[in-house]
Write a protein that binds this ligand. Structure first.
Ligand SMILES: Nc1ncnc2c1ncn2[C@@H]1O[C@H](COP(=O)(O)OP(=O)(O)OP(=O)(O)O)[C@@H](O)[C@H]1O
Length: 260
């Protein structure tokens, strides 16, 4: 059996006195889509920064396909692709140039690099825009280039931090569909961080992060059921997305009451 794509094992992280992550554990199995749901400030970006070794993990362990990130960083990071929340493409280079530059950083050049770029741009539906400057693309298209770029070295795990933030509904749906297809067809493992409920399906495995702690884990359907046991009639949600959102609000409210 494959080692899990990602194991976050009892990880904590503080910025000075502010504890951004507190004893967080989560697992993304190989070839699976897992969502990390949390409001702004929950700690999602901090978790991504630790999983990509931007920050050093001082408490707890991160393993990628069984490779300990602290002890075997090269082997671990070779399996990892990441799309950060903030945009990082060079706007004045073409789509192809952006990808070629990134390929070179991974030691991929010449014909194999060119072929990989063509393949990935087709995968994200941008084959025809390869020679246009990134500046001419829409926000959603630029995000799709970032997904292609993150996959250039054939990682088996992709982390996406609020990849659809600021995009219109149509662009968001296109990106979610591309990522889900990569999971189904290419057996890519994905950790999808979001605070947008309609990106999560009832049968998706989710972790709910709030104020640095995992407060719920299960399928979205299970989490919704557990936290909406006694909904008030006026709160009865009309669909799966609304149900998850209502459950989420119930959890956060319960935690706020406990803290008071
Ligand atoms: N570099 C930093 N220095 C100090 N505090 C930080 C730093 N980065 C994050 N924090 C704090 O850590 C907590 C978690 O922030 P983080 O950015 O990880 O959350 P998030 O879930 O990604 O939210 P968002 O979606 O708004 O980015 C917040 O209280 C934030 O203010």
């Amino acid at each position: 059996m494959d080692a899990p794509a990602l194991e976050i094992d009892r990880v904590s992280h503080a910025f000075g006195k502010r504890r951004a992550l507190d004893d967080v554990s989560l697992t993304v199995p190989a070839g699976r889509f897992v969502a990390l749901l949390g409001p702004n400030g929950a700690g999602k970006t901090t978790l991504f920064s630790l999983a990509t070794r931007l920050y050093t993990t001082r408490e707890g362990r991160v393993r990628i396909f069984g490779h300990d990130l602290a002890r075997e960083p090269s082997a671990a990071l070779a399996e990892l692709g990441v799309v950060f929340q903030s945009r990082t493409l060079d706007l004045d280079l073409s789509v192809r140039q952006n990808l070629a530059y990134h390929a070179a950083l991974h030691g991929l050049a010449g014909r194999p690099a060119r072929a990989r770029i063509v393949h990935l741009l087709a995968l994200v539906g941008l084959g025809e825009r390869a020679d246009e400057k990134v500046r001419t693309l829409s926000g959603g298209q630029a995000r799709r280039v970032e997904i292609a770029r993150a996959l250039i070295h054939r990682p088996r795990l992709l982390l996406l931090d609020e990849a659809t933030v600021g995009l219109d509904l149509e662009s968001r749906s296109a990106i979610v569909a591309i990522v889900r297809r990569l999971v189904e067809e290419e057996r890519l493992a994905v950790l999808w961080a979001t605070h947008i409920f309609d990106e999560v399906r009832a049968d998706d495995e989710i972790y709910v992060l709030d104020k640095g702690r995992i407060i719920a884990h299960g399928t979205a359907g299970e989490v919704t059921g557990a936290h909406l046991a006694r909904p008030k009639p006026e709160d009865m949600p009309s669909g799966a997305t609304a149900a998850l959102e209502a459950a989420f609000r119930a959890m956060i409210a319960a935690r706020a009451e406990d803290a008071a």
